[in-house]
Write a protein that binds this ligand. Structure first.
Ligand code: ADP
Ligand code: MG
Length: 699
């Protein structure tokens, strides 16, 4: 098997190797040019590629093709067309044209568009993204595409991502040129998303409506053991889990997804997978595929893979870490502190641009990680707080301090010194004292954004980050423009000093989980946007609309439509959860409470009949408690049902979302506590659902 892996790897993608083999030389060259420089693809090239792609796909068992896209649902979408084409004599040939490759027209009217489609053309089209390789899955050729309306509005997550990569590349190249770099023509964003997930037994999963409808448990008493022994993190893999992970790796490798690291996570039944990083749009496609294949492979192993951010109360939820950096087309990582003065200047400018970007647009970064599911994690002492800040580590913070104060790094005396002369400490990757509590950490040669929820699309935070960094670079450029080359070092030094003074408030190297930080952050004037309804209105404030429109990432209409979609999604999620809880408690849990109260009372009565002098305080207390629980739950459910009705009658979506957050979720939380307490009284045989100990410890 092992010797076959290099052969197996990427065997299901239309790879460079396949292209080279199947395409005429000039066509291959033209396609490479499009892939590398983003140039327009001529129709004859498209036709040639289509023929090669179809041939390869059919050889590998494909009968259909699909334009694969990422609408705003957060999932991926596909509509399959077969290659067959009648040849007129009652027979068919397998056919696929350049036009079909380049453009598709799914009937898109049912995808969320946040009102865009009312104002614009109803139909959308998909456009091939040649920079992300096509692949075969389940007998279908998948063509990665972007999804737009005919009037050009983005209806997906990929279009703005590609736009943001362009914006960043162009600002970064401009800056590099200004700093004297003569070779770079393109800068790409690279992403390595670490993905956390839970595995549960399929049979047990099927018995819980909350897992089925909401992806998370809505109540359930804690198991006697949680994660307190810290024995699961990096622990030995159980055979069932190990078999699953192996199959998962193989499936991912076939699709050219470089799954690299796998291990057990902190919570019982929780695991993680990390790939080797890739160009942003490819990494985003890969992460979407990874999530899908995680679920599919689990199915085969009689497991269910949960990607919800908080499937179980009382133990850690799942996140996704977005490792992010910038790489030039000649292979230089711009966030890697170099060893020469010129590299130092370059590094410091880009580092400072990221710091500025995150400080200026911390609210957008927060929004990019917001969802109903992730609200359960952020600030919950397991994930970074809802406050966005940057961890730089002591060394780098000291470097900035010395620049700000015109001091030699590592010495205390004051000297006028330009940055090129500074010797930057060489940061060893994987340095040990990495701060796990920071939402945005510098980790040696990249930044790691840790706020994301496990089910999120990684497109969103990277759209924000790329655009915000593009803007920071554009502003720096304006400040430096016109400087003579011999004055550049000094000018950069002065620029950095100004920027450090202005933005150092976002830098925090301490414990992000602490209460003191919340207070400190407030005094620094940082945002603390607790919930999704709290942060979403920031999406449409002027500075953020200006940012996105200036860099042509979103039009104003696109921003407002996205804001609406996010709100709507939040409201729908909470209402589905509320209805599920109503149903589970009313139909299944209450009868169990009642049955056990009745049984206890009946047993007590028969004991009493047998021995009339018997006193039974324990039984009495139990029946009283169960009866009280029954009443409390019934009352709570009535209130919850009323609140759901009230929410549904609110016209203003923002208000409805806030109502869901403040009224419905807190009512659900109260019900959860009551049900959890009752669950501990009732024997397993009478409980209608598998409990936490079964769900978390049965594999
Ligand atoms: P940890 O769990 O300690 O954060 P991992 O090794 O699990 O580290 O994950 C690090 C992730 O960062 C991997 O996906 C890796 O490919 C990615 N990564 C490394 N270098 C870069 C880079 N230059 N740009 C983007 N991602 C990167
Ligand atoms: Mg990490």
């Amino acid at each position: 098997m092992n010797r076959q892996i290099p052969e197996l790897y990427g065997s299901m993608i239309f790879s460079d190797k396949v292209m080279r083999k199947k395409l005429p030389k000039d066509m291959y060259k033209a396609l490479r040019k499009t892939i590398e420089n983003g140039t327009h693809l001529e129709l004859d090239v498209a036709n040639s590629v289509a023929v090669a792609m179809k041939e390869w796909a059919v050889e590998n068992g494909a009968t259909h093709y699909t334009h694969w896209f990422q609408p705003m649902t957060g999932f991926t979408a596909e509509k399959h067309d077969s290659f067959i084409s009648p040849s007129g004599d009652g027979e068919v040939i397998m056919d696929f044209s350049g036009k079909e490759l380049v453009k598709g027209e799914p009937d898109a009217s049912s995808f969320p568009s946040g009102g865009l489609r009312a104002t614009f053309e109803a139909r959308g089209y998909t456009a091939w993204d040649p920079t992300s390789p096509a692949f075969i899955k389940d007998g279908t050729l998948y063509i990665p595409t972007a999804f737009c309306s005919y009037s050009g509005e983005a209806l997906d997550k990929k279009t703005p991502l590609l736009r943001s990569m362009e914006a960043l590349s162009s600002e970064a190249v401009k800056m590099l040129k200004l700093l004297g770099n003569k070779t770079v023509t393109r800068v790409s964003t690279t992403i390595g998303p670490e993905q956390e997930y839970f595995l549960v037994d399929k049979e047990l999963y099927r018995q819980r409506k909350d897992l089925i409808f909401c992806g998370r448990t809505l109540f359930g008493a804690s198991a006697p053991k949680g994660q307190e022994m810290e024995d699961h993190y990096f622990g030995a893999l159980k055979p069932k889990v190990s078999a699953y992970m192996h199959d998962l790796d193989v499936e991912l490798w076939k699709l050219g997804i470089p799954a690299k690291t796998k291990h057990n996570e902190v919570a019982p039944a929780q695991h993680e997978l990390a790939p080797v990083f890739d160009t942003a749009n490819v990494a985003v496609d890969h992460n979407q595929l990874t999530m899908e294949i995680m679920k599919k492979v689990a199915e085969k192993h009689n497991l269910v893979c949960l990607l919800h951010e908080k499937p179980f109360e009382g133990i850690n939820g799942s996140g996704k870490h977005n490792n992010w950096s910038l790489i030039t087309n000649d292979g230089v990582n711009l966030l890697d502190p170099g060893r020469t003065p010129a590299q130092n200047i370059q590094f410091l400018v880009f580092l400072m641009a990221v710091i500025k970007a995150v400080d200026d647009y911390a609210d957008l970064m927060r929004i990019s990680a917001s969802s109903a599911g992730n609200d359960h994690r952020l600030g919950g002492n397991e994930a970074p707080p809802a406050i966005v800040s940057i961890f730089l580590g002591d060394e780098l913070t000291a470097v900035l301090h010395s620049i700000e104060n015109d001091m030699y790094f590592g010495k205390q005396e004051k000297v006028q010194l330009d940055i090129g002369a500074h010797v930057l400490p060489h940061f060893v990757k994987d340095s040990t004292d990495r701060n796990r509590t920071s939402p945005f950490a510098f980790t040696g040669n990249k930044f790691e954004f840790r706020m994301l929820g496990s089910s999120a699309s990684v497109a969103t935070p990277n759209i924000v980050l790329n655009t915000a960094v593009a803007e920071a670079l554009a502003q720096f450029y304006q400040e430096l423009e016109g400087t003579k080359p011999e004055d550049m070092e000094h000018a950069v030094h002065e620029l950095l000093k100004r920027a450090i003074r202005k933005h150092k408030k976002i830098i925090f190297n301490g414990n992000g989980y602490s209460e003191e930080w919340v207070k400190e952050a407030e005094s620094r004037g940082l945002y603390n946007l607790i919930s999704t309804p709290d942060c979403l209105p920031q999406f449409i404030v002027e500075k953020n609309v200006d940012l996105f429109t200036k860099h042509h990432i979103f039009t104003k209409d696109e921003i407002f439509s996205r804001y609406e979609i996010l709100l709507e999604n939040y409201v729908k999620t909470i209402l589905i959860e509320a209805r599920t809880l109503l149903e589970m408690l009313t139909k299944d849990f209450l009868p169990a409470v009642s049955a056990f109260a009745g049984q206890t009372a009946k047993n007590a009565a028969s004991k009493k009949a047998f021995l009339p002098t018997l006193s039974m305080p324990a039984e009495e207390a139990l029946v009283t408690k169960l009866t009280k629980t029954y009443t409390d739950l019934t009352d709570g459910l009535t209130q919850l049902a009323d609140l759901v009705r009230e929410a549904e009658s609110i016209d203003d979506m923002q208000k409805e979302a806030e109502f869901c957050h403040t009224q419905i979720l807190s009512r659900m939380e109260a019900l959860r506590l009551t049900a959890n307490a009752a669950e501990t009284l009732i024997p397993d045989t009478l409980l209608p659902y598998p409990t936490y100990d079964q769900l978390l410890f049965s594999l």
